[in-house]
Design a protein around this ligand. Structure first.
Ligand code: NAD
Length: 512
């Protein structure tokens, strides 16, 4: 993580992105900042503040005050919350082009992809618009004589959200619409690499009528994350990022009494059986391997091809890659740059590892001619065949545009590789055999499965999350599990006897 006080003469006149606390920009007390780049230009465009523990304390106290009391968001009516959520939906929808443009300028993904990200985030806002139905609880009349039992879902209080660089709009939108629609107040700590969209969304929520202090954004790095993880007034943490940090967040947050859902990294396999439609396979592998420059947790990074069709798969993927344009996402490119020069170099290094480990580099993206500034953080789409499963090209989450082909003798060998992976985020099978697909969906140990669908991200009314090292905690993101995560159920047993009469009985209550 880059976290330096940047005061060099070349960048000292750049703008500084502030926190958003209590409905206004806030400088906070910390003087630390980090650089924010335009990855397609390869230049720093601004600084972002890195909060101190005291800055986080201020944001949490603000969120706590906004939650509490008869006038607090935690006591606001269902109708009020719903009105605000509908208004927010309308505003984002009307200005989604603006949001996508900011996103592209800091992340680098092409504009159409950024628009797709916003659309998938909006799905969760729309889901949250139906919160009154999702939280209406249940009622059992006369479970015992004159006794009724009913259950309610109540908000937790202040909830923390910590998000990664690769979906700076969509991933926060997996959580905050549901958290806010259920009556919680939020402190969001976005990635310091592309932080601006978080402020933009918070300001738009204010325009939608959300009271100040309900949605706060604190920018920062490990210091801010640690402050949230141990703060006694933070009830829950929703984290998305790499597996080592997800594990740390889960362990630290739960040790401090918090409810934690920590979504981690991935290594997603696509198993191709000999009867599959190989044109569909090649299109899917290219789209899911190189979309967003491979910086998606649901990217396909390994194609498992049965030996008899492997040469054909490699050839069809390779020929499609020839038509891909890598360049500035504001133009007509198919694929943008990587997030930083450092990350680009790390990803490119795996192409050397591939050669050393005996794999065949079929397409080497290091030679790409970008449609954009020479200083951009470019790496073209790369294809590596015959990757040994002992190589770090296979075992590491590369998180870039490097697609591996691993040749397997059978369905069983492919399935075993997937199930032996420490990750379990997404996977896909490509086949025209319904029986094989059905067997796969039952046997594979992965949280999200595609059948002839390469990036099986569930719609907003199902829940998103992987298994094993791809998710720590019991609750997935959004959908019904998201509603449960952001609420506490309370069961009430009531008696209104007529005429009123109690009586002494020390036995355990029984229903009569
Ligand atoms: P990251 O783990 O580096 O950062 C995620 C968040 O953690 C950021 O807000 C960052 O500031 C913070 N952070 C970084 N280092 C920290 C530390 N030492 N202590 C505490 N907090 C720290 O992840 P990233 O590079 O921003 O995002 C890419 C990763 O996120 C990939 O591994 C990808 O698979 C994963 N991801 C997973 C999902 C999913 O749904 N499972 C979705 C998107 C991204």
């Amino acid at each position: 993580m880059t976290a330096t006080a940047t005061t060099s003469s070349t960048t000292s006149d750049l703008p500084v992105l502030d926190h958003w606390i209590a409905g206004a920009l806030a400088t906070g007390a910390s003087e630390r900042t980090a650089p924010v780049y335009d990855p397609a230009l390869g230049v720093q465009t601004k600084h972002v503040r890195l909060a101190s523990t005291a800055d986080v304390d201020t944001a949490v106290a603000t969120a706590r005050a906004a939650f509490t009391g008869a006038q607090g968001w935690g006591s606001s009516s269902t109708a009020k919350r719903q009105q605000v959520m509908f208004a927010f939906r309308e505003l984002v929808n009307a200005r989604k082009g603006e949001l996508a443009a900011i996103l592209t300028s800091e992340h680098g993904k092409v504009l159409s992809d950024a628009a797709g990200e916003v659309a998938r985030g909006l799905e969760v806002v729309e889901f949250a618009c139906g919160m009154p139905h999702l939280t209406k609880g249940s009622y059992s009349e006369n479970v015992s004589t004159d006794v009724d039992v009913y259950s309610l879902k109540q908000p937790l209080g202040v909830v923390g959200i910590i998000s990664p660089f690769n979906f700076p709009a969509m991933v926060p939108m997996w959580f905050f619409p549901i958290a806010i629609a259920t009556g919680n107040t939020v402190v969001l700590k976005p990635s310091e690499k592309d932080p601006s969209v978080a402020n933009w969304m918070a300001a738009l929520f204010q325009e939608a009528g959300l009271p100040d202090g309900v949605f706060n954004v604190v920018h920062g790095d490990k210091e801010a994350v640690d402050a949230l993880l141990v703060h006694p007034d933070v009830a829950s943490i929703s984290f998305v990022g790499s597996t080592p940090i997800a594990r740390y967040v889960y362990e630290t947050g739960t040790a401090h009494g918090k409810r934690v859902q920590a979504l981690g990294g991935a290594k997603n396999h696509m198993l191709v059986l000999p009867d599959a439609d190989l044109d569909l396979v090649a299109d899917a592998a290219v789209n899911a391997g190189f979309g967003s420059a491979g910086e998606r947790c649901m990217a396909v990074s390994v194609v498992l091809a049965i030996d008899s069709i492997a040469d054909e798969v490699v050839e069809r993927v390779r020929s499609r890659m020839g038509g891909l344009v890598t360049g500035d996402g504001r133009g007509s490119a198919d694929m943008g740059p990587l997030i930083t020069a450092e990350h680009r170099d790390k990803v490119a290094g795996y192409l050397d590892v591939a050669s050393t480990d005996g794999a065949e580099v079929v397409v080497d993206g290091r030679g790409v001619t970008p449609d954009g500034a020479a200083e951009g953080f470019w790496l073209g789409p790369s294809l590596v065949d015959k990757v040994p499963t002992t190589s770090t090209v296979y075992t590491d989450e590369i998180f870039g545009p490097v697609l591996s082909i691993v040749r397997v003798a059978s369905y069983d060998e492919g399935l075993a590789l997937i199930n032996n992976s420490p990750y379990g985020n997404g996977t896909a099978i490509f086949t025209n055999d319904g029986g094989a697909a059905r067997r796969f969906q039952r046997e594979v140990e992965v949280g999200m499965v595609g059948i002839n669908v390469p990036i099986p991200v569930p719609v907003a009314y199902h829940s998103f999350g992987g298994w094993k090292a791809s998710l720590f905690g019991d609750a997935k993101a959004y959908g019904p599990q998201g509603v449960d995560f952001f609420t506490r159920e309370k069961a009430i047993t009531s008696r209104w006897p007529d005429p009123s009469h109690g009586g002494i009985n020390l036995g355990f209550p029984q229903n009569v």
